[in-house]
Every structure is written in C-alpha cells, then in structure tokens.
Ligand binder design. Structure first.
Ligand SMILES: C[S@@+](CC[C@H](N)C(=O)[O-])C[C@H]1O[C@@H](n2cnc3c(N)ncnc32)[C@H](O)[C@@H]1O
Length: 392
C-alpha cells in the first residue's frame, strides 16, 4: 500500500448497529470504526512498514538485499536471537510489497518510498493527538540496534528511560487505537458485575482498563458492586505507579495491589485459597510461557460460574505478520513461550479461533469472543482486537 491508498481504507464506515457488535450501546462502541480510527490504523501499518525497512537499511542490509539474500546471509555477524525479529521484518516487508521473496531470498527493488513525514501529517490531520504512537515506532528503530549487534535484550533496549514514557502514552484510553483493547472486555465485565464481586486484574500495567471501568461505571452504581479490585502486575515500576496514582485516576474502585507473575502458581504468590468472581487480563495472557498451565491455574481461582475475561490483540491468520507485532518481536517475554502444534502453534498474538480452542481445552465453559471477531476481520482486515469470556 502507498499513502494514496490510505484514502480507501475508510470508504465504508458502518454504524455499530450495522456491525452488530453485541455490546450494550453505552459501552463505547460508537468510538470504533470512525474515520480517525480507520485512518490511524492504516497510517500506523504503513509507518511500521517504512520504519521496519528503515531499520533493515540501518543494519547495513541494503547491498545484500539489492542482490537478493537469505536470512542466514543477512544475519552473518549479528547476534543469534536476531533471527526471530529479522524473519518477522522480512516477511512483513514482503506482505507490504516493500521486498520481494524468491524462495529463501529477499530482494529490494527500485526506490522504496520511506517518507515518514507525509504519514505524520496525515495522522495529525485525521486523528489529532496520536503522533506519540508514531514516535514509539521511531524510538524502536533508533534504540533496537544493540539488540542485533551486541545481544542487548529487547527489554533493556526498549524500556529505557527515553522510551518508557512513549509506552505509557501508547497504553492509554486517549489513544483511540488502544482503547478498543479495553472496550470489549469492559463490556463483558460490566454485564457480569454482581453485589460484592471480587475482581483480579492480571498485568494491569498503566491501569487503562481500571480507568475506563471507573469512567464508564461512574454514574450507574456499578462500581458499588465491587468489593475488591486486586490490581496486579509483574513489573514493580507499573505496580508502584498504579499504587501512587490509580485511586485518583480511577475513583470509585476499591483497589488492593500486589505483584503477580502469570508464569508462577497463584498459590505461591499470596493467593492460596483465594477465589474471584472475575479475572481480567488485557493484552497479557499471550506472554504466558506455558499458557495451558496458566489458564488451568486461573480457573482454580475463580468461584463456580466465575468468568475469565481477556482482551487480546488478534491476528486474522497466524502465518501473516501484523504491524502491531513489530515492537514485541524483540522481547523475550513475547517470543520465548512454549508452543504446541494444536493449542499454541506460535508465540505472540493468536487468532480468535486459537484462543477459543485453548480456553476450551483448559476446561472453561461457554467460551466465546465478543464481538464475533472473525466476521469483523473479514470486513476490516485491520481489525485486530477482541475479548473472550470463559466461565469456570
Ligand atoms: C501490553 S501490556 C498491557 C498492560 C495493560 N493491561 C493495558 O492494557 O494497558 C502487558 C503488561 O503485562 C505485564 N506482564 C508481562 N509479563 C507478565 C507476567 N509474567 N505476569 C504478569 N504480568 C506480566 C507487563 O508488565 C505489562 O504491564
């Protein structure tokens, strides 16, 4: 796609009623599939492609790519873990028409359009206030080279003091692309709140889900039904920020805070015997090292008929790279998970069908996606989010 093609991406803007999103009208569905949302997705996709090619050129691959080179040839002299992101970048660039693949070789032809400024201008004109998303992509490109050349971990490259604020800016409800990750899971949670209900949030990060819950439940009396909202994360930085700020940013929610690693039994982390009415995880469960085991453990910590509610970035096809994976290919937590040919065929984001399969195989009942994501993905190839509800 080139920047002219962006104009086509929002020609069909349906209403939520037309889409039958299966969430109540007061859950923010009207914020989806707006012109700014669709344009920003398309701009981000193209910006990522140009950034990824820019990174390949920064790594000195141009001459080899002009001749046509295999992954092994491109990676000669680079650190071994570079293979995962390198393969992802090459395949993504092929999918975007910026490289050509001939058998095992990747070739660069002509003069690719790498203009980022033009895309920034479109983003600012059509979806003002989202340039930080593009800044994050620039920061990944400028900070990640030591991953390839020195074997520095992706986490160390990309969570340093210069880049961390950009991640915080990204994972906010004010970012129309990110808010959709929270919207559907929140609709499920709100519809299942009962008096005295106890909620556990996994990998709560910067707290955007709780903030949206507080905002949307503010005038409905829903928040009064929650007796405990246990906010957890593995990262001390996130936990400390949440402890300092969430009571003010998400008023009305009775928070408690604790550290929790989804890769360790909950019983070993102060939750022996504890059960919850709902366990929520937004964009966290895909980093579980042994996902089937983690799901089993979470099930044991739900009350009978309690719900596991996930918000996840989703792929239409496991074999096809999507732009949202670019940042994460450098993170060991994202890539180093146990795979299984049936249940967990790849690391990273999964398809809606793969999530349903793995949740059902963990013994959850009444597993479904909200909305029915497949038909949305068929209509909007850039629709990458959904929620899952799974009952104990
Ligand atoms: C993509 S962020 C999502 C954050 C938050 N849920 C949101 O939507 O804004 C992933 C979060 O998972 C946390 N995380 C990563 N590995 C984890 C683990 N093993 N156990 C618990 N949390 C983890 C990270 O610290 C981060 O806050």
């Amino acid at each position: 796609m080139n920047s002219k093609a962006l104009a086509h991406c929002y020609q069909e803007i349906p209403s939520p009623a037309d889409l039958n999103l299966e969430i109540p009208p007061d859950c923010g569905a009207e914020e989806l599939f707006t012109k700014p949302f669709l344009i920003l997705h398309a701009v981000s996709d193209l910006y990522t492609a140009r950034t990824a090619l820019g990174l390949a050129l920064d790594l000195g691959w141009e001459e080899l790519l002009r001749r046509g080179a295999s992954v092994d040839e491109l990676l000669e002299g680079f650190q071994p873990p570079s293979r995962i992101p390198a393969v992802w970048i090459l395949q993504f660039l092929v999918a975007k028409g910026l490289l050509f693949q001939e058998g095992p070789r990747y070739r660069l032809e002509g003069t690719p359009d790498l203009d980022l400024q033009e895309l920034r201008e479109i983003a600012e004109r059509e979806a003002p206030g989202h340039l930080q998303n593009l800044d994050l992509l620039d920061a990944v490109r400028s900070h990640v080279q030591p991953y390839f050349t020195e074997g520095k971990s992706g986490e160390a490259c990309l969570f340093d003091l210069a880049v961390f604020p950009l991640w915080l800016d990204y994972f906010r409800n004010e970012n129309i692309l990110y808010r959709s990750n929270n919207l559907f899971a929140l609709a499920v949670l709100r519809s299942s709140l009962k008096p005295g209900c106890r909620i556990l949030e996994l990998g709560g990060g910067a707290g955007s889900f709780a903030q949206l819950l507080s905002r949307m439940g503010a005038n409905t009396g829903e928040l009064g039904q929650i007796s405990d909202y246990r906010f957890t994360d593995i990262a001390p930085t996130f936990l400390r920020r949440a402890q300092r700020g969430l009571k003010t940013l998400a008023p009305g929610i009775p928070f408690s805070f604790s550290s929790l690693d989804i890769n360790r039994p909950l019983d070993d982390q102060g939750l022996a015997g504890a059960t919850f009415d709902a366990i929520v995880g937004i964009n966290v469960l895909h980093v579980a090292k042994r996902l089937p085991e983690t799901l089993q453990d979470l099930k044991q910590h739900l009350v009978p008929a309690g719900q596991l509610i996930l918000g996840e970035c989703l792929k239409p096809d496991l074999a096809r790279p999507i732009y949202l994976e670019f940042f994460f290919q450098f993170m060991a937590s994202f890539t180093e998970v146990e795979t299984d040919p049936i249940l967990r065929p790849t690391h990273g984001f999964l398809t809606p069908e793969a999530w349903i399969r793995i949740l059902e195989s963990a013994g959850f009942k009444d597993v479904h996606d909200i909305p029915r994501v497949r038909h949305l993905m068929d209509r909007f190839p850039a629709f990458y989010v959904g929620a899952f509800s799974a009952t104990r």
